[in-house]
Design a protein around this ligand. Structure first.
Ligand code: UGA
Length: 444
């Protein structure tokens, strides 16, 4: 059993705190946000993550986790310090390392003795210097790069069943000690140097983004060709060289990680190879997915003025309340900019959503309210509950009859049989041309 301090009570920090406590360690969590810390002491987590409240609660009762805003108290007796602070994108596209710099300054100023091993899990601006150790630390500090690969909404599952552990350090003893913490999880461990480890993180997310854009291009070609893009993705994913996952066509990727790391990769490719066209294209394909929906509506209605659009889902994906860089919200904004009348509903993100919407769109308390009187229904987040809506009832609630499945979760055949016009990014039978033809006939 080790004494571990986590710096940063965000998505990653709280999952690591609860997970490491569950594994038997004594964990302290430091965050400069005192309100957040006070709530966490009561087991109240400021974001939605399935399974995490129970895990935290259990370990609070076992007295294995404590929370503080005081670095000196938080770092006392720590054998390992996990740095889990955010590194958001700055307006100029580079990584904003302010929180990381501050965290390292505080750690440096309050280090106990013997000095703990510092495990950095924050994404760092790779390529600006040799590694995070050189950027922020002194030679007395033993720093290990250990990127996190937790996906939001399945973070607890990912913590206990990692596909790999990447450990980058010039200090072999420190690297082995960190590997020892993860040993019970029985995951393959890649030992490497710090820069390689940090680059691994960006490479993984850039590749996932590339897979999604690839699937989206497949679906576009399939639509014209009369081939079912979803079946193609499923068939190729069975080849282990291609792999399952992140091949679902739809509204595109968002969140705080894929867009940010793809942008970082684009910058690195440009800086070190003079060309970044692969990654530029991935981002362009992603943006174009939502434009496809706007174009579809324009083709049907001529203009969006007076058109009522009910959007189901606001989070950047299901099982999270995270709105950062959400494709659903980007689409809502584009539709509103085109004078559409937008109502939106999300099963868990509504609280954050109200602050975000600030009057330019209506946030509703239920899916039915968002859809009532709508000309168009758009599923923008893959929440499973949207797939089980009673579409026969919705038909009577709506003014129009267009359903757009932006996430490939609805049963198009069943919905069409109820008299809806249906468009989705997957499948060959619902091409926009077919749809436009059908709606032209219907409105003639
Ligand atoms: C991502 C990675 O998946 C994690 O491994 C990584 O640890 C994390 O970033 C991070 O860097 O912290 P996350 O941002 O939670 O995790 O989201 P993903 O599950 O990767 O989904 C990203 C976006 O892609 C979502 O908007 C989702 O709807 C979309 N997506 C995903 C698709 O459009 N198609 C797919 O097939 C899969």
């Amino acid at each position: 059993m080790s004494s571990i301090t986590i710096v940063g009570a965000g998505h990653v920090g709280v999952i690591y705190a609860a997970g490491l406590a569950e594994m038997g360690h004594r964990v302290k969590v430091i965050d400069i946000d005192e309100t957040r810390i006070a709530r966490l002491r009561e087991g109240k987590i400021w974001f939605y993550e399935p399974g995490l409240p129970e895990l935290l609660d259990r370990n609070l009762h076992r007295r294995r986790i404590t929370f503080t805003s005081n670095y000196r108290a938080g770092l006392a007796k720590a054998q390992f310090v996990f740095v889990c602070v955010p590194t958001p994108t700055s307006p100029d596209g580079s990584l904003d390392d302010r929180f990381l710099r501050k965290a390292f300054e505080q750690i440096k100023a309050n280090l106990g003795r013997p000095a703990p091993i510092i495990v950095n899990k924050s994404t760092v601006p790779v390529g600006t210097s040799d590694d995070v150790a050189r950027l922020f630390t002194t030679s007395a500090m033993r720093v290990v790069s250990n990127p996190e690969f937790l996906a939001e909404g399945r973070g607890v599952e990912d913590f206990f069943h990692p596909t790999r552990i990447v450990i980058g350090s010039h200090d072999r003893v420190a690297a082995q000690a960190v590997a020892g913490l993860y040993a019970p999880l029985q995951a393959p461990v890649v030992f490497t140097d710090p820069v390689t480890s940090e680059f691994t993180k960006i490479a993984a997310n850039a590749f996932l983004a590339t897979k999604i854009s690839f699937a989206n291009v497949l679906s576009r070609i399939g639509e014209k060709l009369g081939a079912n893009g979803e079946d193609v993705s499923r068939a190729i994913s069975l080849d282990p060289r291609i792999g399952r996952g992140h091949l679902r066509a739809g509204l595109g990727y968002g969140g705080s990680c894929l867009p940010k790391d793809l942008a970082a990769m684009e910058t690195l490719a440009q800086k070190f190879t003079g060309s970044s066209e692969l990654f530029t294209a991935v981002a362009a394909v992603n943006r174009a997915q939502r434009t496809r929906i706007v174009d579809l509506l324009l083709a049907r209605f001529g203009s969006l003025a007076g058109i009522r659009i009910g959007i189901l889902g606001a989070a950047f994906k299901a099982n999270t309340d995270d709105l950062r860089d959400s494709p659903a919200l980007a689409l809502a904004r584009e539709l509103r900019d085109g004078d559409g009348d937008v109502a939106i509903y999300d099963p868990v993100a509504n609280g954050h959503l109200r602050a975000f919407a600030r009057g330019w769109m209506t946030v509703t308390r239920s899916a039915h309210t968002a859809i009532r009187g709508a000309d168009v229904l758009i599923v923008a987040t893959e929440w499973p509950e949207f797939a089980s809506l009673d579409f026969a009832r919705l038909r009577g609630l709506m003014r129009g009859n267009l359903v757009v499945d932006g996430r490939g979760i609805l049963d198009g055949e069943r919905i069409r049989a109820l008299g809806f016009d249906f468009f989705s990014f997957v499948g060959s039978s619902n091409s926009s041309e077919t749809l436009q033809h059908r709606t032209a006939v219907a409105t003639a």
